[in-house]
Design a binder for this molecule. Structure first.
Ligand code: ZN
Length: 165
């Protein structure tokens, strides 16, 4: 087990687009283990590889572990599409890379996610609710986006000032 340091915004790596994970990447199993170890140690529900400085398209999610037991999921080379019947909902989000500053983000409430599992299966699954929100948050990290990037300009300026102060 190894808990890694989590990069804090505005580390420039948090604004970079990540590269695909290679099929035969020998470090993949260890990376997934480190992502889960780091996420649980930081009391988070999701963590993307760039948040620990690994610029690859992979993230882990477990939205239930604090209340109902662990449901760990790892998403390798994911793609996220809005589900056909999705609505849009506003909810509070926190980011381990922007500690202590929750912000409201509007997102689709249902998504279809295509990804590879750690045992090498390519799957497409439907997610709703907290899982859909968390997956979209982590997917943003792979594209170099954080929750600041969802804020209107005036609100973002106030939030950045609060974070910096
Ligand atoms: Zn985050």
């Amino acid at each position: 087990m190894s808990v890694r340091d989590i990069l804090l915004w505005p580390d420039p790596r948090l604004s970079q687009v990540c590269a695909p994970v290679a099929d035969d990447d020998p470090g993949l199993a260890q990376l997934i283990e480190d992502l889960f170890d780091t996420m649980y140690a930081a009391m988070g529900r999701g963590l993307a590889a760039p948040q620990i400085g690994v610029m690859q398209r992979i993230f882990v999610v477990d939205v239930t572990w604090k209340e109902a037991g662990r449901t760990p999921m790892a998403f390798i080379n994911p793609g996220v599409a809005v589900a056909p019947d999705a609505g849009r909902v506003v909810g509070d989000e926190q980011c381990l890379s922007i500690p202590g500053l929750p912000m409201q983000v509007e997102r689709p409430d249902q998504v279809l996610v295509h990804y590879r599992t750690p045992d090498g299966r390519d799957v497409t699954r439907h997610f709703g609710g907290n899982e859909a929100r968390c997956i979209q948050h982590e997917m943003d990290h792979l594209e170099g986006r954080v929750i600041f990037d969802h804020q209107p300009q005036d609100r973002r300026a106030r939030l950045e000032a609060a974070y910096g102060g």
